[in-house]
Design a protein around this ligand. Sequence first.
Ligand code: C2E
Ligand code: CA
Ligand code: CA
Length: 706
Amino acid sequence: MDPLSSSLEVVDQILEATPAIGGRIDSTGRIRFANGALAKSAKQRPEDLVGRSLADLVCINCQKVVLQNLTTALQGRKVSVEADICLGAQDVPESMQLRFEPLMGAGWSSEGLVFLGESFARGEQSSKGDSWPNNLLQTLNEHAIVAVADLQGTITYANERFCQISKYTKTELLGQNHRILKSGHHDAHFYEAMWTTISGGQTWRGDVCNRAKDGSLYWVHTTIVPFLDGHGLPAQYVSIRVDITALKAAQQRAHQLAYYDQVTDLPNRRSLREALAERKSPLFGNGTGALVLIDVDNFRVINDVHGHFAGDAYLRSVAGRVEGLLKEGHLRSNVFHLGGDEFVILTDLQGLDLDSTNLLMTGLITGLQEELSNTHRISDGGSLVDLALSCSLSAGVVFFETPLAEQVNLLEKADVALVEAKDRGKNQVVYFDQHLRDQLQERHELEKDLRQALHQGQFHLAYQPIVDQGNHVVGAEALMRWTHPDRGAISPGVFIPLAEQMRLINAMGWWVIEQACLQLQAWQANPVTCDWWVSVNVSARQLKDPAFLDQLMQFVKRQQFPLQLLALELTETSLLDDLSSWTLDSLAQLRDLGIQLALDDFGTGFSSLMYLKELPLTKIKIDQSFVRTLLDNPKDQLITQSILTLANGLGLAVVAEGVETEEQLQYLKSVGCPLFQGYLFSRPTFAERLLTLVLPDRTLLPSRPK
Ligand code: C2E
Ligand code: CA
Ligand code: CA
């Protein structure tokens, strides 16, 4: 690079580092360099401004003042004027201090000039008038951290800003090697690459973390421009730095939020996903490893009984104990917190044989189970309390070999094993094996088919009647049915959770609502059925879709039947965490329109009472599990009676679900339950078939169909 262009590059760097609008103009009056601020004001890209005249960028009224001063400056005179300038497509002129400074002397080319424009509020006196810099280095001094160093890196010039940020005095800096700024954040490689670039006469740019005199760290965006001598060799280095510490802190915070769990500070699901995707993590060193997916059994109870604060503290305590145990065992491993009560341990099995591996895993999990069942000391906001939170844990384990195959989805496999562990009654460990592999394969196939099912018309609704104490049908629950072309009927217990996971439930849920409303409309015409209401099940995922309740509101307003005939069943176990106040408001609006809201499977979750308080309900459905054991279990009798008393007090209707025997029915009637649903009356069936079972007075035929 020749000395001239190197010098001009320094000028351009300085201009770029200046927050004022600025640029460099050649002797013919054409822009050769436009800084970011100018481009932004002109609403153009900097490179598109090159070759144009400065006068082109301002409105017609401002052109004269710009051209006059430009011409003066091109004749070698320094100009400084205050003028009202309209830049870009702006209509309102801005008061600006305009500077034109010929580029001459100091080893720089004698051709061309630089210009700078700094706006100040209208009416305000230009305070900088007299102190405007005499040369470019001074201009820069005001805005950037500047240092000059010799070929060995010894500091020969440091400006005030450099002193401020590094917390050294000028005397302390001058004569020192730049090395004193090193923070230890970057490796030798980083500095080598920088030196190779600048000693080769090239400009180097990068973000550098430096250490100030008091030990604190700061980040600077750094440009180092080699200043070349007459032979084109570097003579000294000018470095221009801009403080980006705040920006870096914001970036680090964003990174922390994206990759770490906010409760436990452990790496989160995304971190795990990326660790697995990279497949080259140092954890996967010795050929075999294990992924252990842990779930704290009944964690919701802690949240519900002791509050979220204690719940979070408990999770932190669990995280600490898991990490402690792994450290004790000298296992090379990482712990991730996937959110909620789910943790993952990714561990290197250090090339152990099968027997030793099994021993190791058994030891690890027994240790974890012990840890979790011990008392956890937890702060409940202010004081430390010993809560005897002896939870158990369920775990799914999958072994893997490294390097990982590309398609392997370890988390999914561990999840299948975990679900199996929960199904076997919790407090269990299940290893992913051939049997689960087949199950997973089958699930994948089912998922594929489920995606097609809606378009291919494979769903229909079955209706199960709901009757009153006189055996009259008062309504029906709409239940989704899937007839698979090869496998026949598939239980909603299987495909609904799948649809929820695959996010197909929203589309399917809409279909159900539309079909149910068509049915309601059709029943309007028949005096036997015109008062029947229809319940549809609404999944928690549907409620979480911000548009759902809004669309539903619009949809029901278009219906012709009385809206009291439509009921939404919300399942308590799937309502999960907090419903937003927005959701609660929307539900209240739906209720105001007449729509009924029922709490399904009442009594199976842990927050029943809370939901009773929060949700604008009209009905509750006592879960089948209570009804099933009603006659043998005095506790269930007590619960059922309490539910009825509570509902009565709150003015809610009650439906007992899963009534299968005459004895159950008699008992429920004796304690005042008003409505019933179950196989005793009818299984869910086609709407047309249901009609054949009902007499004109709306009583169900005594022949109970199977
Ligand atoms: P659910 O809402 O609790 O529905 C009642 C379930 O109990 C139905 O099972 C019904 O067939 C069954 N049932 C009714 N009477 C008796 C009885 O006397 N004894 C016994 N043992 N069971 C009885 P189904 O149809 O298999 O549905 C299972 C679950 O699938 C439903 O439970 C509901 O949570 C879900 N589901 C069904 N259709 C839909 C739907 O359209 N949308 C959503 N989101 N979920 C649905
Ligand atoms: Ca239901
Ligand atoms: Ca239910």
